[in-house]
Design a protein around this ligand. Structure first.
Ligand SMILES: C[S@@+](CC[C@H](N)C(=O)[O-])C[C@H]1O[C@@H](n2cnc3c(N)ncnc32)[C@H](O)[C@@H]1O
Ligand code: SF4
Length: 388
């Protein structure tokens, strides 16, 4: 699988613009999750809805329209239908409808018909559901709230209401999971016939219940096992007609997540909501992660940005290479030379990747081989600071 058979079309004209909305609410905290999330309550939700509206008043995109929108979290699908509609219309009133794709993340336990119908009516084109596993024992090991029955019920409802694209997320290398159980999870997920599959190797995030177990020695990390599970994924996905297009992502032709692809190609995006991150207006920045701090900032007419980094051509070039190489389409060195005015086709490090069997060169395009994809993080690290 060295060559991507179906590419996301390049968008001509100005840089694509995405809108990422962070919805921080969850009904419970999963044992593995380090994302910013808080328990939902009515007062918090109402203040959040108001905050989104205020934040959008501070975002000036001129006459530009958004191409893609992604609601992530947290659990955006936890919001009641009427609230989702309010948030949706605040955004579309301010920025127009996304012209290409609108994704909403949902957890199986929060999927309800009225919510799906409201989202469909509002213009959502893509639902992403975190199923994580189809094995009851492993769902419990992850501290998930949903059962296998709920996964099937939620998935069938999503299909019945009918969205252009449906993604499911799976996690692998869960403690006690065998390779056969992982293969069974992938086959089970593919049997649902989604359009897109995201598969993440379990990471032990600080301040999570699983991280504490790791510190206590109750669970362990085995990189060889992770690598075996990762390659097993390739086989199962290919048998199921799915093609890998990024390290963790597989899709049927024409169903890649455009929002993410544009992000990996270093386009522009605006993050709204606590801990929403942006690459916009000459800088990369993140909103303050705390709901109360975010709201207090908005009261003062500020977006409360933290971690602000000025965007330089060096930084954008470096990240175009790091993230571009994570995609099977690879990077077009000649196109990057034109964009950044730097010489790239003769860089010795790229020749070295090819000599080591980690990358392939086809004309001006450099892409990772399967061996290279196994060590994509190390390749990315080796690129850090080379072009800054
Ligand atoms: C931001 S989460 C939100 C999804 C949604 N709240 C849900 O749980 O269904 C998106 C996905 O990231 C993945 N994820 C989150 N934490 C992870 C971890 N520690 N290791 C691996 N994958 C993780 C899960 O597959 C999850 O579905
Ligand atoms: S995985 Fe999803 S539902 Fe679980 S705590 Fe994280 S964001 Fe919330």
């Amino acid at each position: 699988m060295s060559k991507s058979k179906h590419k996301v079309p390049q968008r001509h004209g100005e840089t694509p613009l995405g809108l990422y909305l962070h919805v921080p609410f969850c009904s419970t905290s999963c044992d593995f999750c380090g994302f910013y999330q808080i328990q939902s309550d009515r007062k918090g939700i109402l203040s959040y809805i108001d905050g989104v509206k205020r934040e959008l008043e501070l975002v000036d995109v001129g006459s530009r329209k958004i191409d893609t929108m992604f609601w992530g979290g947290g659990t955006p699908g936890l919001l009641p239908a009427a609230d989702m509609l309010k948030v949706g219309s605040s955004i579309t009133d301010a920025l127009g409808m996304p012209t290409q794709e609108w994704t909403v993340e949902m957890a199986p336990s929060s999927v309800k018909r009225d919510k799906l119908e409201a989202l469909k009516e509002a213009g959502v084109t893509r639902i992403s559901m975190g199923i994580q596993s189809l094995n009851e024992r492993l769902l419990e090991a992850l501290g998930r709230q949903h059962s296998l029955k709920q996964i099937h019920k939620a998935y069938n409802l999503i299909r019945e209401v009918g969205f252009r694209s449906v993604n499911v997320d799976l996690i692998f290398a869960i403690p006690t999971q065998t390779e056969e159980e992982w293969r069974a999870d992938v086959r089970g997920a593919l049997a649902l016939q989604p359009d897109h599959l995201s598969t993440y190797c379990l990471t032990f995030e600080e301040d999570t219940a699983l991280f504490i177990k790791l510190q206590q020695g109750k669970v362990s990390i085995d990189p060889d096992r992770e690598a075996r599970f990762y390659t097993a994924m390739w086989e199962e996905a290919e048998n199921g007609g799915f093609q890998q297009y990024e390290i963790s992502n597989y899709a049927r032709p024409g169903h890649q997540c455009l929002h993410n692809v544009y992000t990996w190609r270093m386009a522009e995006w605006i993050g709204v909501g606590p801990s929403g991150s942006s690459q916009w207006a000459g800088s990369r920045h993140t909103n303050t992660p705390d709901l109360k701090d975010w709201l207090a900032g908005l009261e003062r007419g500020e977006r409360g940005l933290v971690d602000r980094t000025e965007l330089s051509d060096g930084l954008l070039l470096e990240d175009s290479l790091i993230f571009g190489l994570r995609m099977n389409e690879g990077v077009d060195l000649a196109a990057l030379e034109r964009r950044f005015g730097r010489t790239l086709r003769q860089v010795a490090f790229f020749d070295q990747l090819v000599e080591e069997g980690k990358a392939l060169r086809e004309g001006d395009v450099l892409r990772l081989t399967p061996e290279g994809r196994m060590v994509a993080d190390a390749v990315g690290e080796a690129l850090l600071g080379r072009f800054g």
